[in-house]
Design a protein around this ligand. Structure first.
Ligand code: ZN
Length: 150
């Protein structure tokens, strides 16, 4: 992961080693599975929606360091957000990891998630990074289909 600066790399390695909000969520009222066959990343996102708000979110799965760290950081970022806020944040996140120019406001909104900025230089890694998000969106839209990045 030499393409990430040291600080970013540290955050990603830490979240891979000790993923936050990891494990099943027994009181989940929605969930979805995600699969990135290119890399072998698989995960399940569990959500407890309270009306339109993400009251609780957890994930489980196995994959590369980037996919695990991305899921971990995502769950931290999305707790308490509304469905619309999740969608807006994903648009900013997706723009960032696909190398679009990022405004200061977007960077501020993304906060810690900007550690994945360097991914834009490695298109194959974009799918590792966005898998958790696509799966999250499927869960909050209560789509039971498995998400595949292909
Ligand atoms: Zn991966």
């Amino acid at each position: 992961m030499s393409y990430f600066n040291e600080l970013y790399q540290e955050v990603i390695l830490d979240h891979n080693k000790r993923p936050r909000n990891f494990g099943e969520l027994s009181e989940a009222n929605s969930q979805a599975h995600g699969n990135n066959p290119l890399c072998g990343d698989r995960l399940t996102v569990y959500v407890r929606l309270d009306g339109n708000t993400i009251a609780e979110v957890r994930f489980k799965g196995a994959g590369c360091a980037i996919s695990t760290a991305s899921a971990s950081l995502m769950t931290e970022a999305l707790k308490g957000k509304t469905v619309e806020e999740v969608e807006q944040l994903f648009q900013k996140f997706h723009a960032m990891v696909t190398g679009k120019e990022m405004s200061e406001q977007s960077a501020a909104d993304l906060g810690k998630l900007t550690v994945f900025r360097g991914v834009s230089e490695y298109p194959i890694r974009v799918k590792c990074t966005t898998l958790a998000w696509h799966t999250m969106l499927a869960a909050i839209h209560r789509s039971d289909e498995t998400v595949s990045t292909e």
